[in-house]
Design a protein around this ligand. Structure first.
Ligand code: PBG
Length: 329
């Protein structure tokens, strides 16, 4: 054959493949989710997330030192509120000395340069497991937004660099930005969960924080009135553009793998950094298949993370961050 083009030529050795590779992951790409609990000397494995733990704040210090030493420079904190602190209004979420606020300070005291991001939503604090306040059996948008903005401010006061509202209420980015500006936290950033879908891939996360929605019969059993319908694309673009208009510094698509078309579409219309959250269920699937010997754990996680970058993500929140860094460095 006399072929003019032989595309296999550029694949003929690893040296050449790596020379022409278009997308890859580095330690700079990652945000590491961390789960914190009360207590001392707690390192508690999450049943549906093998190899992932909830840490008490004393143990958390060692963990963040290790992350920093690996080149991982950003964490996203989730606090597991104790049952007796949960109510409908998320009162504990505003406690300036709450677990979340102390976790922020602990990390900043331990590794001052670590970028600290915090989850802003009421679900871990809500007796109903919802991201907002329930009024007459529904998630009340405007009441919820008022509390979420106050919650974000307590995180900023504690020292958070970025707040990450994951609640999907309308108008929350503007309310948070206004509240931060008024309190003179002009440099505190907002990473908005802009296109967050009502996904069944969040199951293991809800185990980790004991935060499943719909406790009792007085609140919806799912989050479909605020998180997005997985049949939609345009709505994701609309949500993202509104969040940017309202002051989001970065936006997010969540979950990851099933939504890479959404990442791509959004990356074609926005210029702010796009984060992708590879969520708990995505982690659990790989772990479970690998445990059974059905998939090659390391190869699959590198392939998935690279695919997320290729789709247009500039940042990835992933439970695989440490695994990935060990494999590539
Ligand atoms: C809470 C929140 C959730 C996740 C991040 N923030 C759960 C939910 O919305 O029910 C999911 C993360 C994961 O599954 O890894 N608002």
């Amino acid at each position: 054959m006399h072929l003019l083009r032989r595309n296999r030529r550029l694949r003929s050795s690893e040296a050449l493949r790596s020379l022409v590779r278009e997308h890859w992951i580095t330690p700079n790409d990652f945000i590491v989710p961390v789960f914190v609990v009360e207590g001392t000397q707690v390192k508690d494995e999450i049943a549906s997330m093998p190899g992932y733990y909830r840490y008490s704040l004393d143990v958390l210090k060692q963990e963040v030192r290790e992350l920093w030493s690996m080149g991982l420079k950003a964490v996203l904190i989730f606090a597991k509120a104790e049952d007796h602190l949960k109510d409908n209004k998320g009162t504990e979420a505003l406690n300036p000395d709450g677990l979340m606020q102390r976790a922020v300070k602990t990390i900043k005291d331990t590794v001052p340069d670590m970028l600290v991001m915090t989850d802003v939503a009421l679900d871990p604090y809500s007796s109903y497991g919802h991201d907002g306040i329930i009024t007459n059996g529904q998630v009340d948008n405007d009441q919820s937004v008022a509390v979420l903005a106050e919650m974000a401010l307590t995180h900023a006061v504690a020292g958070a660099d970025f707040v990450a509202p994951s609640d999907m209420m309308d108008g929350r980015i503007k309310a948070i930005r206004d509240t931060l500006e008024e309190a003179n936290f002009k440099d505190t950033g907002i990473m908005s969960y802009s296109a967050k879908y009502a996904s069944s891939f969040y199951g293991p996360f809800r185990d980790a924080l004991d935060s499943a929605p719909g406790a009792g019969n007085e609140s919806p059993k799912d989050k479909k009135t605020y998180q997005m319908d997985f049949g939609n694309t345009n709505e994701a673009i609309e949500e993202t553009l509104v969040d940017i208009e309202e002051g989001a510094d970065m936006v997010m698509v969540k979950p990851g793998l099933c939504y890479l078309d959404i990442v791509k579409s959004i990356s074609e219309v926005v210029t702010v950094p796009i984060a992708v959250y590879q969520v708990s269920g995505e982690y659990a699937m790989v772990k479970a298949a690998a445990e059974k010997g059905w998939l090659d754990h390391d190869a699959v996680l590198l392939e998935q993370l690279t695919a997320i970058k290729r789709a247009g993500a500039s940042l990835i929140a992933s439970y695989f961050a440490k695994d990935a860094i060990r494999l590539i460095t």
